[in-house]
Design a protein around this ligand. Structure first.
Ligand SMILES: [Zn+2]
Length: 201
């Protein structure tokens, strides 16, 4: 959690409220990316998000429903939406956790069209509603709509499912990266900086 806190602006650096952070775990991100590549035009996906406090929200999973799309539109089938809500409720889930709308713009740019604005504002009620647009290059923009107010959201993708690779990277950093750290020992004086390997005490 400290890492995500560090992404926020410090108190004296910010002029406005810090942007919320939308964290996307590896698996839902991979699904979103591949849906985007596979669709001939636009495509929409619903996602379940969780609030992790400190203005950080995590996308836990995403669901592709039956829909009709063109190069410049994406419409989920009403019946598919109704069935989906029913299915979630039946298995004891909370449909209101699906407060994330992901859609793509194919080969176009990433921006909010008038239709996108309307859709997000319509969902902006008591709970924060997040939306993200991606194109085939993988560019993304995200926003949060909450109680009638819209703001940009920062997107952080967290790789998951490769613990051995994570260990390998940690060990490689410890071996190859020398950190410049302030030395406050009396004989070296304050403000003296030296590089040392991370595995040196
Ligand atoms: Zn759009």
């Amino acid at each position: 959690m400290d890492f995500f806190k560090s992404l926020k602006l410090k108190e004296d650096e910010r002029e406005v409220e810090p942007a919320p952070i939308l964290r996307i775990n590896g698996k839902p991100y991979a699904k979103m990316y591949h849906y985007c590549q596979a669709a001939p035009g636009e495509v929409s996906v619903l996602g379940r998000i969780r609030s992790d406090g400190d203005n950080v929200y995590t996308v836990l999973d995403v669901e592709l429903l039956e829909q009709e799309c063109s190069a410049a539109s994406t419409d989920m089938d009403e019946q598919a939406l109704t069935d989906f809500v029913f299915k979630i409720a039946k298995r004891g889930g909370n449909p209101s956790e699906y407060n994330f709308w992901f859609h793509t713009h194919g080969h176009g740019g990433v921006f909010w069209s008038g239709v996108d604005d309307d859709n997000c504002e319509r969902h902006s009620q008591k709970t924060p509603y997040f939306a993200l647009v991606m194109n085939k290059c993988g560019e993304m923009v995200a926003r949060r709509d909450f109680q009638g107010e819209t703001c940009c959201a920062k997107v952080v993708v967290v790789p998951t499912g490769a613990p051995s690779l994570m260990k390998e990277c940690y060990s490689e950093v410890r071996k190859k990266v020398r950190a410049i750290i302030p030395a406050f020992k009396e004989d070296e004086g304050n403000g003296f900086y030296k590089a040392r390997r991370l595995n040196q005490e």
